[in-house]
Design a protein around this ligand. Structure first.
Ligand code: IPE
Ligand code: IPE
Ligand code: MG
Length: 259
């Protein structure tokens, strides 16, 4: 992967970067309401942040960026807000395709694409197909995404394989199961960032987040900057990931790797 020049003074440490960063982009509504503006203005401002953070992730050399843009539960919002979000999504997809090509970004979607309005689904599918060969950054948009729904879907698919005699239930492993999730073939998120201050996952990547480091900031998504993104990465780089082992074991492992 080629590194692009960094366009800001705050430099991330290039050692031990998270391979996969997932972001719960929350706080658009509160950002707008606290300014006496309509919630949709907050979502619009949030799209600008998306553009900045995708660019930053690409420049820094992150392999996979997953953005939680619309949950399966967000369909329950007022119809006007939902249709406003859908039209912002369409504009975003149409305006970003050239920049995705220029920056070698490969677009993917996690979630029930079939629930999206047809015109958006077509634009999305076209962008996914056009950018499939790009190797710079994998950008996953979680759209109409719910993690429990995804896990049930994987359970259904593996059950079908068993019934068809293609899979012995006793041979079902975590790896085979994960191959039936939207994230098949991708590394699990190393770092999950949530803006807007809530300490919850809101049905996001429940399987994949098993050992993710979680970073919560009170900053609302429209105010989240490239510097804040680098700060979250720096915080991640300070953490000792133990994966169930003791801290001493992890220190011993890293020492033996440097010898
Ligand atoms: C996140 O911002 C965007 C979506 C869920 C689509 P919110 O709209 O949830 O903002 P708050 O949480 O109400 O401030
Ligand atoms: C999570 O935010 C979903 C997205 C950011 C798309 P929500 O605003 O929907 O989450 P809750 O309702 O506060 O848990
Ligand atoms: Mg919210």
């Amino acid at each position: 992967m080629t590194d692009l020049p960094l366009s800001s003074s705050l430099e991330p440490d290039r050692e031990n970067l998270p391979r996969h960063i997932a972001i719960i982009m929350d706080g658009n509504g509160r950002w707008a309401q606290s300014r006496g503006l309509m919630r949709l203005i907050g979502h619009k401002a949030g799209v600008n942040t998306v553009q900045k953070i995708v660019k930053a992730a690409r420049e820094i050399g992150i392999e996979v960026l997953t953005l939680y843009a619309f949950s399966s539960e967000n369909w329950k919002r007022p119809a006007k807000e939902v249709s406003g979000l859908m039209s912002l999504l369409k504009t975003y997809l149409e305006s970003e395709i050239s920049s995705m090509q220029e920056n070698s970004i490969s677009l993917r979607c996690l979630g029930r694409r079939e629930n999206l309005p047809e015109d958006i689904r077509e634009t999305l599918n076209a962008s996914i197909a056009k950018t499939a060969g790009n190797r710079g950054l994998i950008l996953n948009l979680a759209l109409s995404y719910g993690s429990r729904d995804e896990i049930v879907m994987a359970a259904r698919e593996t059950a079908k394989l068993c019934l068809a005699g293609k899979l012995d239930p006793d041979q079902l492993t975590e790896e085979i199961f994960a191959d039936h999730l939207y994230t098949a073939g991708l590394p699990d998120p190393d770092l999950i960032i949530r803006t807007g201050g809530e300490f919850r996952l809101s049905n996001f990547l429940l399987w994949q987040a098993s050992y993710a480091e979680i970073f919560v900031t009170d900053i609302h998504w429209p105010d989240f900057t490239r510097e804040n993104f680098i700060t979250a990465i720096a915080d991640f780089q300070q953490r000792q990931r133990r994966f169930g082992k003791t801290g001493d074991q992890i220190s011993d492992d890293s020492q033996s790797q440097t010898i």
